[in-house]
Write a protein that binds this ligand. Sequence first.
Ligand code: NAI
Ligand code: MG
Length: 335
Amino acid sequence: MTNNTICLLPGDGIGLEVIPITTEILEVLDVGLTTESHPIGWRCFNETGTALPKSTLDAVIHSGIGLFGATSSPTGGAPGYSSPIIDLRQQLNLYANVRPAKSLPIPSSRQNIDLLIVRENTEGLYIRSEHWKDQDTVIAERQITRAGSKRVAIKAAKYALERKGILTIGHKSNVLSLSDGLFLQVVRDTAKSYAPDIEIKEQLVDSLAHDLITQPETYDVIVTPNMYGDIISDLTSALVGGLGVAPSANVGDNCTIYEPVHGSAPDIAGKNLANPTATILSLAMMLEDLGYDNASNRLKSELHNTLVAGIYTPDLGGEATTETMLTSILEKLTK
Ligand code: NAI
Ligand code: MG
């Protein structure tokens, strides 16, 4: 981080409701971090002709730390529009998408779950190479590289070392023997030499999806190519309360953008019903990564107490509004 300013990127829909609250929380936590908000997304595209203005990109690069909300993408696409978070991940080389799923004290969360998915974030099927071969056939290329697999393996092994010491590699090399075969081999070898003491497991991703439902408490860190991680991390978020509670971080070597996993939720946008938990947990991840462990723990603890008090939004079966949850957390933090 080059200064003490966090770049807020609210985006569209409920991003505009959940991201600004972090400014109030940081004020109360009083750790010396300030915020600065920058335009991004679909509304920005309609107003300025670009979804990711250069000034926004420069601000993220300068700060090195961003907090992104969500952006809307029109179904079927729009000429000239591309999802700015995918552009940010690629342009800033945010190669590891880190998505924890941890049990919460709410009826819709299963208990004893504490796992972390590390998804390769720049390659796989998301490299924008999809094209029409002829009018009946679309081809999409899938890129796996040694360098891309190695750097995400090091990140995942590092997390496994800090946690319970078990790393599961999710892959499909029985079918995709070249591409997933390379991913598996490089991740296995890299993790073994980087962290010889961790236990490394290999599992086909379909069987992994099955076991994440039947025995999620047995997993610690899971590393996968891009798309598998995208899919199974939504699955694991459902185990602990759903998209409204799922935080994440897009991690690179020079920059990290934290991000609630959910989208812009147009069905509830503007109604004060958005669950701020995913954003608050993303902020807690950020504080921990920046070394503010005490502030991070206080924030998580008061979120926990708010949930235990039954103060939560309708997506979790509660009756609270976004604002009521925030007020409860801020009140507890100022006591
Ligand atoms: P979504 O995550 O926006 O919504 C799915 C469902 O979960 C909706 O019923 C929504 O109300 C609910 N939900 C999501 N977050 C919630 C929260 N914090 N509190 C309470 N309920 C919540 O995904 P959907 O509907 O597939 O996409 C909507 C728009 O968001 C689309 O334009 C899509 O492209 C965009 N999107 C953007 C993402 C991003 O910017 N990273 C990620 C996913 C979708
Ligand atoms: Mg997703």
